[in-house]
Design a binder for this molecule. Structure first.
Ligand code: ADP
Ligand code: TYD
Length: 202
């Protein structure tokens, strides 16, 4: 794959979507070709799966079924959107990728990390070149996420303790992994964006 593959990760309401958009704008202003995308979703089929996993009762799916649904969405996203854009030499920025499954499905409802990793190896097999982890106090993240209107609240509805566990999980994942940059999200959007832009060496 010729281009560069960048993911944004973090708990709900950390500011990933805002920062992914700002980075895409900054890189385009510098003359780069950018594909900005998101998970779950980012392709027609994956956006259909998105509705199944983000709306409705928090207990709607078992953790195992959820792993399959998110991985199915990711496979379609990879085939239809990410790989073609990288092959064109573009910078691909995705709002969430496989680390979200490692945390949301891997640790919050029992220890399913090995199942997540096995399925990832079998069906996805790629990691981003760079992962920006936006760090935020979970109480701030949840209040931001809930202030946003919408119906995609299955994971926010799992509550504060879950968000606290996920923040710790993201920290553990980033620890000692050269792919990650940890950025403090509890500042004004422009200040966060400045740090994000300097983490991307293009
Ligand atoms: P995420 O994609 O991580 O859930 P969003 O970028 O959608 O986060 O941001 C969640 C909410 O918080 C949005 O309403 C957004 O406008 C707001 N927001 C984003 N970044 C900041 C920031 N740095 N400070 C205050 N509010 C923010
Ligand atoms: P997103 O739209 O990024 O939500 P937010 O803006 O609130 O951060 O993602 C939707 C939800 O999907 C989010 O709560 C995290 C969850 N999710 C998983 O549980 N597993 C995954 O693999 C992905 C990509 C997302």
């Amino acid at each position: 794959m010729a281009g560069r593959f960048i993911s944004f990760e973090g708990i709900d309401g950390s500011g990933k979507s805002t920062q992914a958009r700002m980075l895409a704008d900054a890189l385009r202003a510098d003359g780069h070709a950018v594909t900005l995308t998101r998970e779950p979703g980012g392709s027609t089929g994956a956006e259909e799966i998105r509705r199944l996993v983000l709306e409705g009762d928090p207990e709607r799916w078992s953790p195992e079924t959820e792993i399959l649904l998110f991985t199915a969405a990711r496979r379609d996203h990879l085939e239809k959107t990410i790989r073609p854009a990288l092959a064109r030499g573009e910078i691909v920025i995705t709002d969430r990728f496989a680390d979200s499954t490692r945390i949301y499905q891997g640790i919050t409802r029992g220890d399913l990390r090995s199942m997540v990793d096995a399925l990832h190896d079998l069906m996805i097999g790629v990691e981003p070149d760079l992962t920006i982890l936006i760090d935020i106090d979970p109480a701030i993240g949840l209040s931001r996420a809930r202030a946003r209107a919408g119906t995609e609240l299955r994971f926010e509805d799992m509550g504060l303790a879950t968000q606290v566990a996920m923040r710790a999980g993201f920290h553990a994942l980033a620890q000692g992994n050269a792919r990650f940059r940890l950025i403090d999200g509890a500042r004004a959007p422009d200040a966060v964006a400045k740090d994000v832009r300097s983490a991307v060496h293009v």
